[in-house]
Write a new protein. Structure first.
Length: 561
C-alpha cells in the first residue's frame, strides 16, 4: 500500500478562488450562482456520461442531483460536466463498432482535461456502457485526486415465451433465424421484449463485469455494482457516493492508495470467479498502466488457475446481475473468496475502510442458487485462460467458463474483415471443425479492435458454438460464449504470425496447456510474412487515424502513448 500524503481540501481549486488576482475567475463562478461559502469549499467534479444513445446511459443524469446533494451535505461544491459514450450493443456488427474502444481513451482524456483545467479537487464518475467504466477509472488513476465511481446500474431481464431473456438472446436469435430455426414472428417478438428499459446489458457481460471488478478494486461503494438502474436504491447510492468523495478528500485518500497490486489481484479473482468478460483483461491492464501498477497476462493466468468459478451467471450460466443483487450482489462472491483465502482483505477502499471491514458490514443471503460454495464450485479454476504459441507469441485470451478445458484441431478459414466472416456465417458456409480466423481487426489494424458478438452469436444460434473455434486479433463482447480466442498479439497489422495464416492451415487450440499453434515452422511463418502486405486503412484523418498511430498491443491493454 502506498504511503498517504495529507491533502488540503482545496488543493487545486484554490488556484482559481484565492487571492485578488483570481477575481476574474471568481466573477465567472459567481455567474453560475456560487457565493462566498461555495467558493470556500472544495470543488468536486461529477463526470456524467448520461446520453440518449444507449439504454445503458439514459438514466445516468437522473443520479446527478443525488450526487450533488451528497456533496453539499458533506460540505463540498459540486460541478457537473459531461463526456461521451458509444453503444456497443447498437454499433455491434457495423463499422461504427470500431469507435467503441477508442471511446475509452476519449472518456479518460476528457475527464482528465476538465478536472485538470478547472482545478477540481475531487471526482465522482457516473458510468453505464462498457467503455465508460474503465475510461472513468483510468482517468481517476491518472489524475490521482480523491475519486468515487458510481455505476448507472444493470438492466432488468425481459420475458419471452415464459422465460427471462436479454440482448444476448437476440444476437443468438439472428443466427437461429438464418438457420431456419426461428420464425420472423418470433424474432420480432423477442426484439420487442428483450430490453425492457434503462440499464446496462443484463448478464455478466462487459459492463457488469467491470462494475464488479471496480467494486473489487475498492473504487465504488459496497453493493453498487449490482443494483439495477430502475431500483430506488440507486439514488441513495448516488447520494452516498457524493458524501464519500468529500470524506476521502478530508482523509487524504487518493485512487493510487486504493489501486494497489493487491487490489488488482482481487479484481481479477472476482472476474474469474464470476465467468466475466475477456474485455476485463484489456481494461484492467489499462487501468493498472494509469495507476503505475505492474500487471501482465501472466497474473491473469496465475490467479485464474487458483480461483474457483462459483457464480452461475450468463452468458454461460443461468442468472443475470439483477438476480445476484437479490442476494447481496458482488459482496456475496467476495465473502466466499475471502473466507477461502482467495482475496486480500486488508486493501483500502473508498469507504475509508478495508475490503474485509466492508464485507463484514454488508448483508448477504447465503442460501441462494446463484453463487456456489468454494468447496463445490462450478469449476475448480476461473473462467479466463491466456494462451501463447506460434500464433500468439505475446498472448491471447479465451473465456472457458461453462465450457471446460478443451483441445481442438482444424483447418483455417481466413477472413481479413469481420463483415466478410459474418456474411459467410449467414450463408451457412462455416462447417463443423473449422477454425475461423478474423484478422486486421486489432487495435491498430481495425483500427479500434471491434467486438464480434454478431459473428459469435450467429455461430451459437446456428448450433456451431461448440463445433468451431474462432481466432482474432480483435475482441469479443462479454455476451460471447463458445470457443472464441481474442486479443491475439502481435496483431496482423504489425506483422504478427496471424497475418501469415492461409486457408487450410492446421491450427491447434490446446486450453489445458495454454497453447495456440499453427502447423508451420518459424521459418515458414517468417518467409510468408515477407510477402504479406496489410490492407491500407481507410481512416487517414480524424480520431481513428490518431488512435491507430498511438495505440499499443492488446497484450498491454491497448493503451495509447
Amino acid at each position: 500500500m502506498t504511503t498517504r500524503q495529507p491533502i488540503a481540501p482545496k488543493h487545486r481549486s484554490r488556484d482559481v478562488t484565492v487571492g485578488p488576482e483570481r477575481a476574474p475567475a471568481r466573477a465567472m463562478l459567481r455567474a453560475m450562482g456560487l457565493n462566498d461559502d461555495d467558493l470556500a469549499l472544495p470543488f468536486v467534479g461529477i463526470a456524467d456520461m448520461g446520453s440518449d444513445v444507449t439504454p445503458c446511459n439514459i438514466a445516468l443524469s437522473s443520479l446527478v442531483p443525488e450526487v450533488k446533494r451528497g456533496v453539499r451535505e458533506a460540505r463540498g461544491t459540486p460541478f457537473e460536466f459531461g463526456t461521451i459514450t458509444v453503444s456497443d450493443g447498437i454499433s455491434m456488427g457495423t463499422e461504427g463498432m470500431k469507435a467503441s474502444l477508442v471511446s475509452r481513451e476519449v472518456i479518460a482524456d476528457s475527464i482528465e482535461l476538465v478536472v485538470f483545467g478547472e482545478r477540481l479537487d475531487a471526482l465522482v464518475t457516473i458510468a453505464g456502457c462498457d467503455k465508460n467504466l474503465p475510461g472513468a477509472i483510468m482517468a481517476a488513476a491518472r489524475l490521482n485526486v480523491p475519486s468515487v465511481f458510481l455505476y448507472g446500474g444493470t438492466i432488468m431481464p425481459g420475458r419471452f415465451q415464459g422465460r427471462d431473456v436479454n440482448i444476448q438472446d437476440v444476437f443468438e436469435a439472428v443466427g437461429a433465424h438464418a438457420a431456419g430455426k426461428m420464425s420472423d414472428k418470433d424474432l420480432r417478438e423477442l426484439e420487442l421484449v428483450a430490453c425492457p428499459g434503462a440499464g446496462s446489458c443484463a448478464g455478466m457481460f462487459t459492463a457488469n463485469t467491470m462494475s464488479s471488478a471496480i467494486e473489487a478494486l475498492g473504487m465504488s461503494l459496497p453493493q453498487d455494482a449490482s443494483i439495477p438502474s430502475i431500483d430506488p436504491r440507486k439514488k441513495d447510492s448516488a447520494r452516498r457516493a457524493g458524501a464519500a468523495v468529500v470524506a476521502l478528500l478530508h482523509a487524504g485518500i487518493r485512487p493510487r492508495d486504493i489501486l494497489t497490486r493487491e487490489a488488482f489481484e482481487n479484481a481479477i479473482a472476482v472476474v474469474c470467479a464470476t465467468g466475466g468478460s475477456t474485455n476485463a483483461v484489456l481494461h484492467l491492464l489499462a487501468i493498472a498502466h494509469e495507476a503505475n501498477v505492474k500487471l501482465s497476462l501472466e497474473d491473469f493466468d496465475r490467479i485464474s488457475a487458483q480461483t474457483p468459478y462459483i457464480a452461475d451467471m450468463k452468458p454461460s450460466g443461468k442468472y443475470v446481475m439483477a438476480d445476484l443483487d437479490k442476494f447481496g450482489g458482488v459482496p456475496l462472491v467476495m465473502k466466499r473468496l475471502l473466507k477461502a483465502g482467495k482475496l486480500h482483505g486488508d486493501v483500502l477502499t473508498v469507504t475509508g475502510k478495508t475490503l474485509r471491514e466492508n464485507l463484514e458490514n454488508t448483508p448477504t443471503i447465503e442460501d441462494q442458487p446463484v453463487v456456489y460454495p468454494v468447496e463445490k464450485p462450478l469449476a475448480a479454476t476461473g473462467g479466463l485462460v491466456t494462451l501463447r504459441g506460434s500464433l500468439a507469441p505475446e498472448g491471447a485470451v479465451i473465456k472457458v467458463a461453462g465450457y471446460g478445458h478443451t483441445k481442438f484441431t482444424g483447418p483455417a478459414r481466413v477472413f481479413d474483415r469481420e463483415p466478410d466472416c459474418f456474411a459467410a456465417v449467414d450463408r451457412r458456409e462455416i462447417k463443423k471443425g473449422d477454425v475461423i480466423v478474423i484478422r486486421y481487426e486489432g487495435p491498430k489494424g481495425g483500427p479500434g479492435m471491434r467486438e464480434m458478438l454478431a459473428v459469435t452469436a450467429a455461430l451459437v444460434g446456428q448450433g456451431l458454438g461448440s463445433d468451431v473455434v474462432l481466432l482474432t486479433d480483435g475482441r469479443f463482447s462479454g455476451a460471447t460464449r463458445g470457443f472464441m480466442v481474442g486479443h491475439i498479439a502481435p496483431e496482423a497489422a504489425v506483422g504478427g504470425p496471424i497475418a501469415a495464416i492461409r486457408d487450410g492451415d492446421v491450427i491447434t487450440l490446446d486450453v489445458p496447456n495454454h497453447k495456440l499453434d499453427v502447423a508451420l515452422t518459424d521459418a515458414q511463418i517468417k518467409e510468408r510474412l515477407k510477402t504479406v502486405k496489410a490492407p491500407p486503412s481507410q481512416y487517414t484523418t480524424g480520431a481513428l487515424a490518431k488512435y491507430a498511430k498511438l495505440v499499443g498491443s492488446a497484450s498491454q491493454g491497448a493503451v495509447t502513448s
